[in-house]
Design a protein. Structure first.
Length: 644
């Protein structure tokens, strides 16, 4: 028996290796919470072997469960999006947005006017000292009057101990000729995280054509400053820049350093210095989050044209917080010299409705994810002559590409559309040849379209299901034990693939998901790897006998004051439902699967202030489901996961 167990251990060790590496970073949230076994990457193999040698046979189910999870992983992760009064999410969209109502409630009459402290705002006189005096005197905040141009010439460091509001709509702050690249640094005590900085409006003009830097059109090419950022905020609990325009920035534009929550919203940037690290040993960033203490970085409705890097999350010396998360929502990138977005040391990265394009080989095409990234979700994005770079994401546990489009236009070929093998790609399209000879490196692919792929569409594929291939030679170059099934081929030379029909456990990977909660562990929403779930609530509304009742979100309808709890989520055998407040009468409970098929329905009568209901789901297959709760007026849906 001892020899048998040793052989079994050795044969499974390689399979377990990658799941072990990921598990020490993040719990897999499997039914048995198997990763709570406390995997330690360096000690795991030896400890496991010792337990086998001691004939700890109770670990056998755990071993097989790990192996199955590795081969047919349904990965469920919980990610925290910290929120406060200035941020909100919706039922349909868990990505944090700025609460305009809270900003509109700011009392601007309490702001001190920089003109009252000696600023001229004429674009000719240096206003550094006056601006510093205004910030030091302000108990509530500072105003830069509209229509004025404030000329600055040096970096001003200010240590703050209170919240700060800056109102600068219509004003311009401009760096004087041949000065530094940095204007203002607002800092709190290191590690304090008690205060907020909110900066609204204004234009930051770096005056790059009349500064000294390598490549400057002025002819002066020495560095005027070792790096620099036009405006920075450090060690705030919350830092928000909204409606700010960056133009002609030399190095970094807005730098958020070691803040608990940093938000850049509704801002525009263009005309930045086109640095490339390989050429000058430096790179500039329009909107940047730095240092290991930083946690959440939310970017909404940004436009980045030109420059070196559009958005960057970076920490010092490779250290990274396990709480680090970046969310890019509705951001646009055009012709960055280094990268549209660059994530060096961020655990979890989310892109939603972002567009990246370039029109010349002089510009970079790649979203860069480093080896510190373990979760990446790319949903409803467009890449035009651009690509996703997973090559250095060696710790990647879950890389979802969902409902995104990749195109090569005007004969300008990116290296690859997706490089470095995303774990899951669904409902996406790829069109155009690439210089690498294949369109994308993909592990598991479903319901995608590949057009004009030339010699090869997918490299290194394991499961390829329900895809369409048009115009090319070889659709898929499979990895070991890989297979292709349920695909269609038009004008394709090679299409002789084996299919798997008996064992369907490989499909579990397409039920992977990311559960989003706030920093108080309240459920916000679900990001899954299959867009069918996103539209499932709409489909189920058409299956109800109460066709006039519209699906509602958590803020609307007659159920709006209901506290609805669904737990545990993920679940294995039983789903518990709690309805609070004072709704009474008939309530219908419906459960639908991913194909909007009704699997369970029952009617209950709520005649108490709190309703507790348990639903047996042990016969359900592993995957995503929607619980629909219907009363005589409205209906509301909650997603949940069954994990096996």
């Amino acid at each position: 028996m001892k020899n048998f167990l040793l052989k079994l251990f050795r044969s499974c060790r390689d399979v377990c290796g990658q799941i072990t590496k990921a598990a020490h970073l993040l719990s897999l949230k499997s039914p048995k919470e198997i990763t709570q076994v406390a995997f330690q990457r360096n000690a795991y193999a030896s400890n496991f072997r010792k337990r086998f040698l001691r004939k700890k046979f109770t670990l056998m189910p755990v071993l097989f469960l790990i192996v199955i999870t590795r081969l047919n992983a349904q990965i469920t992760d919980t990610t925290t999006f910290p929120l406060n009064n200035y941020l909100y999410t919706t039922t349909a969209n868990p990505y944090p947005l700025v609460n305009s109502s809270a900003l509109n409630a700011i009392d601007t009459t309490k702001l001190v006017n920089v003109m009252n402290y000696g600023a001229k705002g004429d674009g000719k006189t240096f206003d550094d000292a006056a601006i510093a005096s205004a910030f030091k005197a302000a108990q509530y905040g500072v105003r830069f009057p509209s229509g004025k141009t404030f000329l600055v010439s040096k970096l001003t460091d200010l240590i703050l101990s209170r919240d700060m509001i800056v109102y600068a709509y219509g004003a311009t702050i401009k760096m004087a000729d041949f000065c530094r690249y940095s204007f203002l640094s607002l800092e709190y005590q290191k590690g304090s995280y008690h205060n907020s900085v909110i900066w609204l409006g204004g234009t930051f003009d770096g005056n790059k054509d009349k500064q000294s830097w390598p490549g400057s059109p002025s002819g002066q090419t020495a560095w005027a400053e070792s790096h620099g950022r036009f405006v920075g905020v450090s060690y705030a609990d919350f830092a928000l820049f909204k409606d700010v325009t960056l133009t002609n920035i030399v190095m970094d534009g807005i730098g958020l350093e070691s803040n608990r929550i940093g938000v850049i919203s509704d801002c525009k940037a263009s005309g930045g210095a086109p640095f490339k690290w390989s050429e000058v040993g430096q790179q500039g960033t329009y909107f940047k989050c730095t240092r290991a203490e930083a946690q959440a970085f939310y970017c909404n409705n940004l436009s980045c044209t030109g420059g070196s890097i559009g958005i960057q999350y970076s920490t010092k010396n490779g250290t990274v917080s396990d709480k680090s998360v970046s969310v890019l929502n509705n951001c646009y990138f055009l012709n960055q010299r280094q990268n549209p977005a660059h994530f060096e040391d961020c655990r979890k990265v989310f892109l939603y409705k972002c567009t990246t394009e370039r029109n010349s080989t002089d510009f970079s095409e790649g979203f860069h994810l480093s080896n510190q990234t373990i979760i990446a979700s790319v949903k409803s994005c467009q890449f035009k002559n651009a690509h996703l770079d997973f090559v250095n994401a060696s710790s990647l546990k879950l890389g979802i590409v969902d409902s995104s489009q990749f195109t090569s236009q005007s004969g300008l070929k990116p290296v690859t559309f997706i490089e470095g093998r995303a774990t899951i790609c669904v409902n996406s399209s790829f069109a155009g040849t690439t210089t690498s000879g294949y369109q994308a490196e993909l592990r598991n692919t479903r319901n995608c379209a590949f057009t004009d792929f030339g010699s090869l569409a997918i490299s290194g594929g394991y499961a390829t299901d329900g895809c369409a291939f048009t115009n090319g030679t070889t659709p898929v170059q499979t990895a070991r034990n890989g297979f292709v099934m349920n695909c269609t081929y038009t004008n394709v030379t090679k299409s002789d693939y084996k299919g798997i029909t008996s064992d369907q456990t490989w499909q579990k990977v397409f039920s992977s998901a990311i559960r989003i909660v706030d920093d108080k562990n309240n459920y916000i929403g679900l990001i899954n790897c299959n867009a069918v779930i996103n539209s499932l609530a709409e489909k189920t509304s058409n299956n109800s006998s109460n066709s006039s009742a519209a699906l509602i979100n958590k803020n609307g309808g007659n159920l709006k004051n209901q506290k609805i709890s669904v737990y545990p989520n993920p679940t294995v055998n039983v789903l518990n439902l709690t309805l609070d407040e004072k709704i009474t009468g008939k309530v219908v409970l419906n459960i639908y699967d991913q194909q909007a098929r009704l699997l369970h329905t029952e009617t209950i009568y709520k005649n108490t202030s709190v309703l507790l209901k348990s639903i047996d789901v042990k016969t359900f297959n592993a995957g995503f489901y929607v619980l629909q709760i219907v009363n005589e007026h409205e209906k509301i849906s909650q997603n949940f996961i069954v994990a096996k």
